[in-house]
Structures are given as structure tokens and as C-alpha cells.
Design a protein around this ligand. Structure first.
Ligand SMILES: Nc1ncnc2c1ncn2[C@@H]1O[C@H](COP(=O)(O)OP(=O)(O)OP(=O)(O)O)[C@@H](O)[C@H]1O
Ligand SMILES: [Mg+2]
Length: 699
């Protein structure tokens, strides 16, 4: 006998199923599942038809979708009546009796006969149609109750169990009336280690409000809050503002429905908050919130010492470097790191030129790129007064520190700054653990919204960006490993868990709050933690934002309905930027004023010894910035005009590259303004949004 057919000795015993029994059970279970699904769909469709007033459709759902599956007819009705007439579920025996008296006429009243029949039955002064609708409503609700009683539908009658965080009520959990769950559900009072938490779900499912509620709970529990990620409009700059109408009207109502006060009325005082943004020409031109009492901005700029940059970050800063350039940069970076000095970007250029054997044209290009990078202002040295200082931030325990990179334009620069923030917060916590100082500081809560942008599953098509993303994923893995020992919790949110979030990162979270999402996405969350994926269908159908399941390796708890936070939840579409929002809220006593910081590069970091930049002077005099993407100034014309002007005015003649680097710097242009329009029948390189006032140039 071949091995494949050798089934071995027969296995028997009380706990063993034969294959036949196993298949029979499986078929039965599948059949039950299919029936349950059919009934749920019919009930949902019935509610929809009812809400649209489509009674023909409701009648069809009752006769074809519910009665045959539930096996209810005028004979079995009595049995149901015995079990349901005293129950808390809606049961309308009179309507049912009327209905079964002559089903066809309620279902299809279009015939003259049907209408007359109905007319004879209607009472209470109703029209025949009103009568028919009342009976169908009663029948539908009764069938729904029968389905609940048979266990096909979850009970609609639920009791609420308050859900608590460290000290705040964070929401409610709904449990069946017969459930033994009592008291409160404490979702964060776990063992002594802080957790890493992810809120995952579709757009608008209520992830960010849940994050905000948990963050304020951590703050109330004495944690130092650091919100690291904002790409857009300072959405994390409103933790200290009470909720504002009209955009938060629903959220205030949702809190009140749980008997929770809106705003900070139950708090001794509002939280404190500071906003950190990288110093840049863009920030210099902004209006920022100022506290009118202290006359201090609520925002602070920060800079990054060049000598803290990793080689990858340095390459990212320079955009579009070639492999040859990277080799020379790597060698220069290594030499500078070994020197232990507080080196600058200018030192990189000099080291490349003098110590790596690079040819002149490579050196020139690297220098040009480094000088452009220096002009962005946020990379400086350790002497800079704005240098990001984590020990200062960690000591300011009762201030929520929210970072934003929305003030810089280039996506790659934003990623670079974010990568630096991750590296540096890791180093700061790691130092504390290494020196056994963790106990001297408050526990830290690191918040990362839009995790799928920080650690995306499919990396960017731009090579430099995708390298940086890979690098950030590595840092995140280290940060998660460290968090457990460094008294640090991480709270993050992401849209599509499976499709968008890196699998290296998605596996790292201890707790996942799973909000409404596609079935495969929800299943994936369950699969990564548990064997059971049954609840996925139900979670995928959650309609109310804020409703979710808590999933971890020990099991799941659902449904939990989060309470919105007491703070204002920014609705970016209507509220605009978080900064402008602050100035509109009375309680803050803030107004928007021009930023007080200067983004000029200090002399010690300048590449060029000439203090005045002639290109800047030329730009001021002869180029208009219209900010209209339809306008453009041809680069070649600018170069020619500049050099002719420079000759007459006895200024420095410069190369085409150098001139345009400075023009871009001067007007803070990104790559999106680079264009190649057809001019006089020829394609020419140009800067959009600028106009050269050629005819006025006095040559
Ligand atoms: N707990 C809640 N109770 C009631 N309504 C809520 C709750 N949470 C959110 N909402 C409503 O849902 C909207 C979207 O919520 P939120 O911004 O938190 O969603 P999100 O999942 O973060 O979406 P996105 O992926 O677009 O960031 C809110 O503006 C609010 O109207
Ligand atoms: Mg959100």
C-alpha cells in the first residue's frame, strides 16, 4: 500500500470526531452562518426601506427574506407569542394576526380588491395605505425581535459599562443584558509597563478623536506628551482648547450623551501646550499665535545640529545626489563624525573638497547642494540658540509638546525632520535608561498620527524618500523595543492597516483599537494577534464613529464606544489651520502676529564670505513673485540679465547654477515651481510664480 493511502490505525475515543461527523458539524455550522448572514442583511435592508418609505420593498423583504428563513407562519405564531409577549423586545401580536389573516393583500395591495379589503380593515381614521404601513412596521419589528430571540441577531438591548483609562472615562462598552460583565472596563490599567497602542480604521471612523481622548488621559495621569507627527495644518495644536461650535457640535453632544462635560470644566485648569516647528524661511513669513498676556509666541522654532545628522539624512537633505557624490559624502561624513567636532554643512563641503579626492565638478555640485540646504535654515550647529533640546522638553512635564512640519514645503525635507525627531527622541530616552534616570522624569507618551505616512507599506517612488522611509522603520522598531524599558508609551493611528502600514511596524503594537474598516483589513488585525477572525464582519459594519474593538494577544473586547475628547478636535476643512483656530478661541487670549524669528543664515555658517548676496539684491530689484503658477521667468534670461547687470554694477559674476540656487532660496521655491515651457518655439527651463521685469533692468 502506498504511503499516501496509509491512514494508520483507526483513532477512536470520546473526544474524537470521525471525518463524517466533522463534516456534518461543519456543514451545519456553515448553514447556520449563512442563515444568520441572510437574516442580518434582510433586517438591514428592511430598515433602509422603512427609512425611505419604500413599503413595497419592505413587504418583499418580509415575505421573501424573513418569513421563510425564520419559519414563521400563522400556526407557529402562537409559540413565538408565548415567548415574546412579555419580553423587552418589540412584539406586535395584533399587527401579526392582522397580517396573517390575509398576507397577500398586505403584501400586494395594488389590486382593487386589495385596496377595498384594506379600507375595510383600517380604523383610527387612517387611509388604507397608512393602515398597511402600520401593520408592516409592526410585523417587521416583531420579526426582528424573533430573530434576536433565536440568536440570529445580537441583542439591541444592551447595557452600558463605563470604560476608563488611567483616570478619565474614555467611553462605554455595550454588553448583553445577560452578560456578567460589571463595574468598569479599565482599558489602560494593565500591568506596570506602558503599552504601544494603535488606532486603525477607515477615514472618518474616529481614530483621531480616540487618540486625543487617550492622550489627555495620559496627560491627566502625569505623562509628558510629545506629539511628533503633523504634516498638515497643525492638527495636533488644539489639545488645550475646549471644544468649539459649530464644528465640534456633534462631539459635544456625544460627550453629553455619556454624561461627560464638554471642554475642561471638570479640570482644575486647561492643559498647557507648546508648538514646535523647524526654523525655515516659510516659518519666518508666517503669522503665529501669540499669548496676549505674556506677549510670547505659543510656537517655538527648532534647529538641528548638522553634526547630529546620519549619513542617510545628509543625503536626503541634498536631493538627487549621484552614487559618486554619495561616496565622497560618505567618506567626508565619516571623517567628520570621527573628529567628534560640532561640524557644519560648510565643513562637509570643505572636507569633500580637501580630503576625499573628489574632482572639482563633483565638489562644486556638492557645495552648491549643501549651500542650498544651509539656506533652508533648520540645519545649523550646536551653538544655535534654537537647537532642539530634549532634556528641556522632558523637564517641562506639564506642557504638551506638539511638533509640526507643515511649515516646510518639500516632502523630502519633512521626512528628514521627522526622521531626526524619531532618532533624537530615541536617543533621549535611551540615555535616560542607560544612566538609570528614567525615574527622575515623567513617563513619556509619544503620539504619532498618520503612522502609514511615517512607516508606509509601499515606499515612495523617489529613491531618497524610500531610503528615508526604510530608515525610519528601523528607528521605529528600535523605539518600540526601547519603549518598554524606558517608561514610554506610544499612541499612533493609521488608516489601512494591511494595505498601507509597513508590516514590520504593524506587528509591534501591544493594543490595537480596531475601528470600522474593510473586512480584509480588520481580519488582518485579528490574524496578526489571534486565531479568531469572526468579529471582522461585525466591525466592518460599525456605523457610529468612535465604535471599535480592542484587540491584543489575549483576546478582544467589543464593542467599545469612545467618548470624544474634552479638547477641540480640529476639522481641518472648516476650521482651517490649528494655529488660526487658536486665535479664534476666546479662552486662549491669543492672536496671530508675524513670526518674530529670523531665518537668515548666521555668518558663521555661511558658505560665501561676501556678506551681501548680489543675487538677492537683483531678485529684489528685478523679479516679481506673483505666486501664480501660470507665470514663469526663464532661467537663461535671468542668468544673462543678472550677469550683464553685475558687470555694470561691479558685482560678482556667477555661474548659472549658483544664480538659480540663490534665486530659489531667495523666493523659497520648491521643486514644484520648476517648469519647462515652450518660449519662442523652444523648450526652456523656467521658475514658475516669478516674472522677470526685463524691460526695467538698467543695463
Ligand atoms: N467618539 C465619537 N463620537 C461621536 N462622533 C465622533 C466620534 N469620533 C469621531 N466622531 C465624528 O467622526 C468624525 C471623524 O472623526 P476623526 O477625525 O477622529 O476620524 P479619523 O478616523 O481620524 O479620520 P481620518 O482618517 O480622516 O483622519 C468627527 O469629525 C466626528 O464628527
Ligand atoms: Mg484622523
Amino acid at each position: 500500500m502506498s504511503k499516501a493511502y496509509d491512514t494508520g490505525p483507526a483513532v477512536t475515543g470520546p473526544n474524537v470526531l470521525s471525518y463524517h461527523e466533522f463534516r456534518t458539524d461543519e456543514e451545519l455550522e456553515n448553514r447556520q452562518k449563512a442563515i444568520r448572514q441572510r437574516i442580518r442583511t434582510a433586517i438591514d435592508d428592511g430598515h433602509e426601506a422603512q427609512s425611505k418609505g419604500e413599503y413595497g420593498q419592505l413587504a418583499r423583504i418580509i415575505s421573501a427574506g424573513l418569513l421563510p428563513v425564520l419559519d414563521i407562519d400563522r400556526y407557529s405564531l402562537r409559540l413565538y407569542d408565548e415567548r415574546l409577549h412579555d419580553s423587552p423586545y418589540g412584539w406586535h401580536m395584533t399587527a401579526l394576526s392582522r397580517f396573517f389573516e390575509n398576507q397577500d393583500r398586505y403584501l400586494t395591495p395594488e389590486s382593487v380588491d386589495g385596496r377595498e379589503w384594506l379600507s375595510a380593515r383600517s380604523n383610527r381614521g387612517e387611509t388604507p395605505e397608512e393602515h398597511r404601513q402600520r401593520i408592516l412596521d409592526g410585523v417587521f419589528e416583531s420579526l426582528e425581535s424573533a430573530a434576536i430571540m433565536e440568536g440570529y441577531l445580537p441583542s439591541r438591548l444592551e447595557k452600558q459599562q463605563p470604560v476608563y483609562g488611567f483616570s478619565m472615562q474614555l467611553g462605554e462598552r455595550y454588553v448583553r443584558p445577560d452578560s456578567t460583565a460589571g463595574g468598569t472596563l479599565d482599558i489602560r490599567d494593565t500591568d506596570d509597563e506602558l503599552k504601544t497602542i494603535l488606532c486603525a480604521g477607515s477615514k472618518g471612523s474616529g481614530k483621531s478623536t480616540a487618540v486625543e481622548s487617550m492622550v489627555l488621559d495620559s496627560y491627566a495621569n502625569g505623562h509628558k506628551i510629545v506629539d511628533l507627527v503633523d504634516f498638515f495644518k497643525s492638527e495636533n495644536a488644539t489639545y488645550d482648547l475646549p471644544q468649539q461650535e459649530p464644528t465640534n457640535a456633534d462631539l459635544i453632544e456625544a460627550r453629553e450623551a455619556m454624561d461627560l462635560g464638554a471642554g475642561f470644566e471638570d479640570w482644575d485648569e486647561r492643559p498647557n501646550l507648546e508648538i514646535m516647528a523647524p526654523l525655515s524661511p516659510g516659518l519666518e513669513k508666517m503669522q503665529v499665535p501669540y499669548n496676549e498676556d505674556s506677549d510670547e509666541p505659543v510656537m517655538r522654532p527648532f534647529t538641528i545640529p548638522a553634526s547630529d545628522l546620519t549619513f542617510r539624512q545628509l543625503v536626503m537633505l541634498l536631493h538627487n545626489t549621484t552614487p559618486t557624490q554619495e561616496n565622497h559624502l560618505r567618506s567626508a561624513h565619516q571623517k567628520l563624525v570621527n573628529s567628534g567636532r560640532d561640524w557644519t554643512l560648510k565643513d562637509v563641503a570643505d572636507t569633500v573638497r580637501n580630503k576625499t579626492g573628489a574632482g572639482d565638478s563633483v565638489c562644486d555640485r556638492i557645495e552648491t547642494a549643501l549651500e542650498t540646504a544651509q539656506g533652508k535654515s533648520f540645519i545649523r550647529d550646536k551653538e544655535c540658540e534654537h537647537q532642539l533640546d530634549w532634556s528641556d522638553i522632558m523637564q517641562n512635564e506639564d506642557v504638551i509638546t506638539s511638533f509640526t512640519v507643515h511649515t516646510i514645503r518639500e516632502p523630502s525635507d519633512r521626512l528628514l525632520v521627522l526622521s531626526y525627531l524619531l532618532d533624537s527622541v530615541y536617543d533621549a530616552r535611551e540615555q535616560l535608561t542607560r544612566h538609570n534616570l528614567t525615574e527622575n522624569f515623567a513617563p513619556m507618551t509619544i503620539v504619532m498620527r498618520e503612522m502609514h505616512k511615517v512607516a508606509p507599506r509601499s515606499k515612495s517612488e523617489q529613491e531618497a524618500e524610500s531610503t528615508m522611509e526604510g530608515y525610519m522603520i528601523d528607528t521605529l522598531s528600535e523605539l518600540f523595543a526601547l519603549a518598554r524599558h524606558a517608561n514610554t508609551e506610544i499612541i499612533a493611528d493609521t488608516q489601512e492597516f494591511k494595505q498601507q502600514l509597513s508590516s514590520e511596524v504593524s506587528g509591534l503594537f501591544d493594543h490595537i483599537y480596531c475601528f470600522q474598516s474593510h473586512v480584509p483589513d480588520v481580519k488582518n488585525i485579528f490574524k496578526t494577534r489571534l486565531d479568531d477572525t469572526d468579529p471582522a464582519e461585525t466591525i466592518a459594519q460599525f456605523e457610529q464613529p468612535g465604535k471599535c474593538a480592542l484587540v491584543n494577544e489575549d483576546g478582544y473586547t467589543m464593542p467599545i464606544q469612545f467618548a470624544p475628547p474634552p479638547c477641540h478636535h480640529l476639522e481641518a476643512k472648516e476650521d482651517g489651520s490649528g494655529l488660526g483656530m487658536r486665535a479664534r478661541v476666546d479662552e486662549t487670549g491669543e492672536k496671530l502676529l508675524p513670526a518674530p524669528w529670523n531665518a537668515n543664515v548666521p555668518a558663521r555658517l555661511k558658505f560665501d564670505d561676501t556678506p551681501d548676496d548680489p543675487v538677492a539684491e537683483f531678485c529684489e530689484k528685478f523679479i516679481d513673485q506673483t505666486n501664480d503658477m501660470n507665470d514663469y521667468a526663464v532661467k537663461e534670461y535671468i542668468t544673462d540679465t543678472y550677469n550683464e547687470w553685475a558687470k555694470v554694477q561691479d558685482k560678482k559674476i556667477m555661474s548659472h547654477d549658483k544664480i538659480h540656487r540663490r534665486v530659489k532660496n531667495h523666493f523659497d521655491l520648491g521643486d514644484d515651481t520648476d517648469a519647462k515651457p515652450t518660449v519662442d518655439g523652444e523648450r526652456k527651463y523656467a521658475h514658475r510664480t516669478l516674472v522677470l521685469r526685463g524691460e526695467d533692468v538698467p543695463i
